[in-house]
Design a protein around this ligand. Structure first.
Ligand code: GLP
Length: 243
């Protein structure tokens, strides 16, 4: 595991964007696994800036997102489909046909989840998976659980996740209670993983994830077993690590 210390959120975003750019330059038709949440917004902004300068080309890039709320239509501003379009896809020359996000409007969970696994297999797997970190250690929407080994599945969001995500919705009742997410097993299949973490409120969970026991109660702790993980975290998130 490689750990890069960033000064602050901006520096973390720039370093993460550099790693993603390197992937795109080395393999122009790579498959990027993408994440949502507030953490990657700066990374996407930086990628868009470099694209606009002519330094990056997304013409052949393919993407697969980690997760999507169940029951939110694509034009809902809180859907991850909407998020990806507004923060990245609509600003770069990616072919929309090459972008993949679970379909939150498919009511049949089993059908959608097995379909998404087929999509990932059809892409030949993910070359670089970007991950944020939830306050309870979740990655994608894999909440603390009794077991690790799941493929794409439907989850019931925990109270703490609903609480954390309600800031994006008008009322707490509007936060969806379920989501489709790549499972831990799906995420661990990615060839490379890039975990980005920012802020003092993530310091404890980052330390537990990287240095604590590997347990499904802290989903991100499984990353200790992946053979190509890069972590970019800012000073505040690294407060529990020795300098
Ligand atoms: C969300 C997403 C995750 C994200 C996490 C942290 O619920 N499903 O993919 O990494 O929560 O979000 P944030 O970056 O806003 O702290």
């Amino acid at each position: 595991m490689k750990l890069y210390r960033a000064k602050d959120y901006k520096d973390m975003s720039r370093k993460a964007a550099n790693i993603i750019s390197a992937q795109v330059i080395m393999k122009p038709n790579c498959v990027l696994g993408l994440a949502t949440g507030s953490t990657p917004i700066g990374t996407y902004e930086q990628l868009v800036e470099w694209y606009k300068k002519g330094d990056l080309d997304f013409a052949e890039v393919k993407t697969a997102n980690l997760d999507e709320y169940k029951g939110l239509p694509r034009d809902n501003e809180q859907s991850y489909y909407y998020f990806m379009n507004s923060h990245l896809f609509s600003h770069v020359n990616i072919d929309p046909a090459n972008t993949h996000i679970p379909d939150g409007m498919e009511p049949d969970a089993e059908k959608e989840c097995s379909h998404y696994e087929e999509v990932l297999a059809g892409l030949g797997g993910v070359d670089l998976q970007l991950l944020g970190l939830g306050h309870n250690g979740h990655i994608g929407f894999n909440e603390p659980d009794e077991e690790f080994d799941k493929l794409t599945h439907c989850v019931n969001l925990t109270e703490s996740t609903i609480e954390a995500n309600k800031r994006f919705f008008e009322k707490e009742e509007d936060v969806p209670r379920q989501a489709y997410t790549m499972g831990i097993k799906t995420i661990m299949r990615a060839k490379k993983i890039l975990l980005i973490v920012s802020g003092a409120d993530k310091a404890d969970i980052l330390y537990q994830s990287l240095c604590g026991p590997i347990t499904p109660h802290v989903p991100a702790s499984i990353l200790q077993l992946h053979n190509d993980v890069t972590v970019v975290a800012d000073e505040a998130a690294l407060a529990k690590f020795a300098k």
